[in-house]
Design a binder for this molecule. Structure first.
Ligand code: ATP
Ligand code: MG
Length: 570
């Protein structure tokens, strides 16, 4: 696995300066190209929800425009009526906005350019650079040749201009069946670049489009629409992923032949994340086949899933920036994404104490029926950390695994005869573990030292460990969803190994459990963020109800990335 931006070294001053795209843009500005204008776009196809890879592309495209005082467009690349839906259009806009970008009035649709693209197709025909071909898709493929063997020219390649125009017009009118005819560019069947071997520009699809309805029955291919849309919008820097590098000569050919605005295409390596799949087709499969609850399932790598999981826009933007732009394929460690959200939530999340796996603890020398309030810190990372009152009582709940009857050497928490501090409250000593008939521990009996509370003479007395707790009579039961990685394998989609991505799904990616919280969550609403002390970051699920609260675990507190950064050799 390539470790681009691996944790063992922070970026040097030079690396932090300009990435290769910024270098190109700075040079273009210097040379006065496009009057120094910088105009970028994000061109999603509305055939699925956006994922973290798209987030990278959005942050890159829009971030560059912002950095160079330019403009950015949001353009739906909606050229395929068969896979596109309004639901996707809406979700994409919501996600881009949530990430923190505002496209103002620059919202466009490739479908708005259908008429212009059609005119350009006629222009190519008139120039003798396009023809209507009647070979089937299979025949076209069979005649394409291979990179080392030239293709065979279509028998329809040398039709006259009038005949081509007439046929294209009739294609548009709907006189032919799907697959009967296509329009192809007339370039070079022996070009070493397969994309130059008379690519298809239009195919007949008798289907309604979500915006143009039944107005069209011929639809432009991606290659015919994409670059031209950039030219129409006078996009200066058309940034895309590496697989389009080989399409660039074709796009440049269109620009020359049509004499249109020469957008400059720049390719960068797409984001790949370990333990994650990013193919929309496969993500759709997970949704359709019920492996997840929907596109916004908190285990999905979608922006809506990450949002529901508790990710913040800032954490995603930081992540995006941190990974930089690469020219070669690489895989980013999922731990870096998790690290990014931890860093942000550490600064923002309200601390509360929650117990997920409760063990009852009775403080036998504490007065029965009494409640006292201790001060808990809301967030120690804030300039003004703030304080909140937390009820303390004779009967409390602690985490089961904070006690061991027969502790090994390195266990410093509660055990018979041992002392620990209850966070924000007293030091207690374990006197006895009470068991039921099956020998299972049902509760602990402890005593407390009244002089160890804050403000008391022994407040600073040191013990080896501090544990969190919740007052039992005040405890409120909530539902807690513990999410883990959706896939067990680093590369779930290892095609070379012939592995089906669904076979590496993690059967334990979701565990639903109960949690107990005594204070700090009243009035908390959808997506409010908390740190459950010592356990991790959690947020309120949007479907949570005040009388049946649901929390989603964003991440645990264990930061594998930070650890690697400190200790690279391990
Ligand atoms: P497909 O085209 O196969 O449906 P796609 O992921 O390319 O899938 P698009 O809607 O075409 O989806 O993507 C919109 C933009 O996002 C494109 O410019 C694309 O290059 C970029 N993009 C998609 N996936 C990634 C990724 N993993 N990393 C960076 N950019 C990406
Ligand atoms: Mg695409």
């Amino acid at each position: 696995m390539t470790q681009y931006g691996s944790p063992e070294r922070e970026k040097t001053e030079e690396e932090r300066s300009l990435n290769f795209i910024e270098q190109i843009i700075t040079e273009d500005i210097k040379s006065g190209k496009n009057d120094g204008r910088v105009h970028t776009r994000f061109p999603p196809e509305p055939n699925g929800y956006l994922h973290i890879g798209h987030a990278k592309s959005i942050c890159l495209n829009f971030g560059l425009a912002v950095k160079y005082n330019g403009l950015y467009n949001l353009r739906f690349d909606d050229t395929n009526p068969l896979t596109e839906e309004v639901e996707y259009v809406d979700s994409i806009m919501e996600d881009v906005r949530w990430l923190g970008f505002d496209w103002g009035d620059r919202l466009y649709y490739a479908s708005d350019y259908f008429e212009q693209l059609y005119e350009w197709a006629e222009k190519l025909i008139i120039k003798g650079k396009a023809y209507v071909c009647e070979l089937t898709a299979e025949e076209i493929n069979a005649r394409r040749g291979t990179p080392t063997r030239p293709g065979t020219e279509s028998p329809y390649r040398n039709r006259g201009t009038e005949e081509n125009l007439d046929l294209l017009r009739r294609m548009r009118k709907g006189e032919f069946r799907e697959g009967e005819k296509v329009l192809r560019a007339k370039i070079d069947m022996s070009s070493p670049n397969m994309h130059m071997r008379d690519p298809v520009l239009y195919r007949i699809i008798h289907a309604s489009h979500h915006r143009t309805g039944d107005r069209w029955c011929i639809y432009p291919t991606y290659d015919w629409a994409h670059g031209q849309s950039d030219s129409i919008e006078r996009i200066t820097h058309s940034i895309c992923t590496l697989e389009f590098e080989v399409h660039r000569p074709l796009y440049d050919w269109f620009i020359r032949e049509l004499e249109i605005f020469p957008s400059r295409q720049i390719e960068f390596a797409r984001l790949n994340l370990s333990y994650t799949i990013m193919s929309k087709r496969k993500l759709l499969q997970l949704v359709k086949e019920g492996y997840v609850s929907g596109w916004n399932d908190p285990r999905m790598p979608t922006i809506s899933g990450l949002r529901r999981r508790g990710y913040t826009p800032e954490s995603i933007r930081y992540f995006s920036d941190r990974i930089g732009v690469a020219k070669r394929e690489n895989v980013i460690d999922l731990a870096l994404l998790e690290h990014s959200v931890r860093e942000d939530l550490n600064k923002k999340a309200t601390r509360v104490m929650a117990v997920l796996n409760p063990l009852k603890l009775v403080i036998t020398n504490y007065p029965e029926g009494e409640t006292e309030e201790v001060d808990a810190v809301i967030n120690p990372e804030m300039p003004d950390p703030g304080k909140r009152k937390v009820p303390f009582t004779r009967e409390i709940l602690i985490e089961k695994d904070d006690f061991m009857e027969d502790p090994p050497k390195k266990f410093f928490r509660l055990a018979p005869g041992r002392e620990v501090r209850l966070k924000y409250a007293y030091i207690i000593k374990c006197e006895k573990a009470v068991k039921n008939d099956h020998g299972e521990i049902t509760e602990l009996h402890c005593t407390y030292d009244p002089l160890t509370r804050s403000g008391m003479p022994d407040a600073n007395r040191k013990v080896k460990s501090t544990i969190h707790w919740v007052s039992e009579p005040h405890a409120r039961e909530v539902e807690v969803r513990l999410f883990d990685r959706l896939f067990l394998k680093e590369d779930p989609d290892d095609v070379e190994k012939g592995q089906d991505f669904k076979s590496s799904l993690n059967p334990e990616s979701l565990k639903v459990t109960k949690g107990y919280i005594s204070s700090g969550i009243d009035g908390a609403g959808a997506l409010d963020k908390f740190q459950f002390e010592r356990l991790g970051y959690f947020c309120v699920d949007p479907e949570s109800k005040p009388d049946k609260m649901v929390f989603n675990r964003t991440v645990t507190l264990r930061d594998a990335w930070a650890k690697m950064a400190k200790n690279p050799q391990k």
